[in-house]
Design a binder for this molecule. Structure first.
Ligand SMILES: [Zn+2]
Ligand SMILES: [Zn+2]
Length: 456
């Protein structure tokens, strides 16, 4: 029985395009007592894999938290797989406003201690004593009440590109950090103010509202289904949006436009922009906002240091990375002294620009500048100890100094500059069609990996 993915993201993307079927991006969660999360996980994988469902799902003793992409035609069948479980009968599925067929490219179900890393000890308070759920219309109404304090329970990089007007946006990287900060800030208003909270899909507020009630807040409210569901109701009911900008989401789109307003800046040049990206340097991978112009000049990098690094031969890049802890940067999302226009903490509601209409479409935000490449041949062998790969040249010629790309499902896409090669047993500078070529490859390659020459 297959319990894990067998396809790479790349292969899956091609399959999805070939199938040409409409997919839905949706999310849901449920708190419940799950006795055997491992078995629950495996059962779900089997059922969902059959339906071509993809996504990132966490299961734990306390429940399930799922973000998924499902072929539209399988939606009913998918619902049935949930109805099998009492605690998911009639569960609300939060559908994304914009659908992107590539929002998820793998089905990953992980067993965790918790479905949300909230750092809260369940024993200390009653997690079922939650705040009042508000629908979009009611949420808009309560925001108009002068006695309302509205708090964004997401992280700084999420609030930066979009938030509710007048919201308190704690300068935090994790949900857990925001709880004591808010508790401290609002301690004199536990009884006289409405504490209104929201997050992406509603799950963080479920626990947070119970926490604040336990802390003595009397009037606690939460946005039902989060911003995702709010956006959907805006459309369906033609309501005014009190949310401005973009809703950051954790799939390949990295954001869903709610209004045309751009409220953040490119972190490099300051131009109005709300497109997140990850630094091209794999040793950095910083999450930050970058406009198309900076993307082009900086080649998707966050800094000139990273730009220098990606131009080094891969061998040197790997050497630089070795032993370095990049995790810190990855989790300190978007915080680096190189980013001059990064804002967090108190955020203004000022609209800097309007998104162009073309941007309203779910463009592939992570799309890199396309490299032009020509297929040269394929891998025949990899000598593990010597770290040498053997290739057959089937097209064109290969020369010392060529920038090459080795690509395959397991290998991914790896670039390097060819500085030395052996052709038919002799070190030389050119290889022609039919030649067997060996050269050092600083990563493991697989049989049939393709070898390309980068043209531009
Ligand atoms: Zn820029
Ligand atoms: Zn970087």
């Amino acid at each position: 029985m297959q319990l894990y993915n067998t396809l790479s993201a790349e292969e899956r993307a091609i399959m999805i395009d070939d199938a040409g079927k409409q997919r839905l991006t949706l999310s849901f969660y449920a708190y419940a007592k799950i006795q055997d999360p491992k078995k629950f996980r495996d059962d779900l994988f089997v059922a969902w894999n059959k339906l071509d469902a993809l996504g990132r799902i966490y299961v734990a003793n306390e429940g399930i938290n799922a973000q998924m992409s499902i072929p539209e035609e399988n939606l009913e069948a998918f619902r049935e797989t949930l109805e099998v479980y009492d605690f998911m009968k009639g569960i609300r599925l939060n559908e994304a406003v914009e659908h992107d067929d590539h929002s998820f490219l793998k089905l990953t179900i992980k067993v965790r201690d918790k479905i949300v890393a909230d750092g809260l000890n369940d024993e200390t308070f009653d997690v079922t004593d939650i705040g009042v759920h508000l629908k979009a219309k009611e949420f808009n109404q309560i925001l108009d009440d002068p006695n309302t304090i509205v708090v964004d329970f997401r992280n700084h990089y999420e609030s930066e590109v979009g938030h509710f007007k007048n919201a308190i946006t704690p300068d935090v990287e994790t949900f857990r950090e925001s709880l004591p900060i808010i508790n401290e800030q609002l301690q004199n208003h536990k009884e006289d103010k409405n504490l209104v909270m929201y997050c992406t899909g509603g799950i963080r507020c479920e626990k947070a509202s119970a926490y604040f009630k336990h802390q003595g807040f009397k009037n606690v409210y939460q946005l039902e289904g989060g911003i995702i569901n709010y956006a959907k109701q805006l459309k369906e009911e033609g309501l005014e949006s009190k949310f401005i900008g973009k809703n950051f989401v954790f799939d390949n789109r990295l954001g869903e436009r709610i209004t045309e307003d751009i409220i953040s800046q490119c972190h490099q040049c300051g131009k109005p922009c709300d497109n997140h990206t990850n630094c091209e340097n794999d040793g950095c991978h910083l999450l930050f906002i970058q406009c198309d112009e900076c993307k082009a000049t900086m080649e998707n990098c966050c800094s000139t240091e990273c730009l220098d690094i990606i131009h080094l031969p891969l061998v040197d890049q790997v050497r630089l990375r070795t032993g370095k802890q990049v995790g810190n940067k990855v989790f300190r999302k978007g915080k680096s002294e190189n980013l001059k226009f990064k804002h967090s903490g108190e955020l203004a509601d000022t609209v800097l620009a309007a998104a162009e209409k073309s941007e309203a479409k779910p463009a592939d935000i992570r799309q890199k500048i396309k490299v032009k490449k020509a297929l040269l041949g394929k891998a025949e062998h990899y000598y593990v100890k010597a770290k040498v790969g053997q290739f057959t040249v089937e097209n064109q010629t290969l020369q010392i100094g060529d920038k090459i790309l080795i690509s395959g499902p397991t290998t991914g896409e790896q670039e390097l500059v060819l500085d030395k090669m052996i052709v038919n047993g002799v070190e030389t500078t050119t290889a022609n069609i039919g030649d067997k070529v060996t050269f050092e490859v600083p990563f493991r390659i697989r049989l049939s990996d393709k070898l390309y020459k980068i043209v531009n």
